[in-house]
Design a protein around this ligand. Structure first.
Ligand SMILES: [Zn+2]
Length: 155
């Protein structure tokens, strides 16, 4: 690992810490040349299941695809980029925990929907209306009634 300050070709790890879920490792490094310290993050490469679409075709899992859907649902809502990342991280975490070779796109859609429900009522409704099949209007109305319509308080 090159030093970002003096470009020395080596660095010494002075501390390593795994994140709570064990999927990322934070390392403090020290340059033996200029003695400055910097931090690196290592992310474990995951093996994601393939996604089975509603027409039965399969495609590779793509984080960007989920992220775009979430971003779209959160347009003009008081939601930060890191909150969007957290939604996608949570969905990925659950996807990995399933430990299956294939997962339906419906599962992805309903998992994202649940995450958004906790985050923002408008983003939730937007996402749900696109990705989730509300078979009966009653079910949809019940969902809407259950929502807390107050704006989430934010500083
Ligand atoms: Zn250096």
């Amino acid at each position: 690992m090159h030093c970002p300050f003096c470009d020395h070709s080596d660095s010494r790890v002075v501390d390593s810490r795994a994140s709570a879920n064990g999927r990322k490792v934070r390392r403090r490094r020290e340059c033996p040349s200029c003695e400055r310290r910097f931090t690196t993050y290592e992310r474990i490469e995951e093996f994601f299941p393939r996604i089975v679409k509603s027409d039965g075709s399969r495609e590779d899992y793509k984080r960007e695809k989920i992220r775009r859907g979430v971003e779209l649902a959160c347009t003009k809502r008081p939601i930060s980029t890191s909150e969007i990342d957290e939604v996608v991280d949570n969905v990925e975490q659950k996807l990995i925990e399933l430990s299956r070779k294939e997962v339906s796109s419906d599962w992805i859609g309903s998992t994202v929907t649940k995450e958004l429900r906790d985050l923002d009522p408008v983003a939730y409704i937007r996402f749900a209306s696109v990705y989730r099949a509300f078979n009966e209007i009653q079910e949809f109305l019940a969902e809407v009634r259950e929502l807390d319509v107050d704006e989430p308080s934010r500083e």
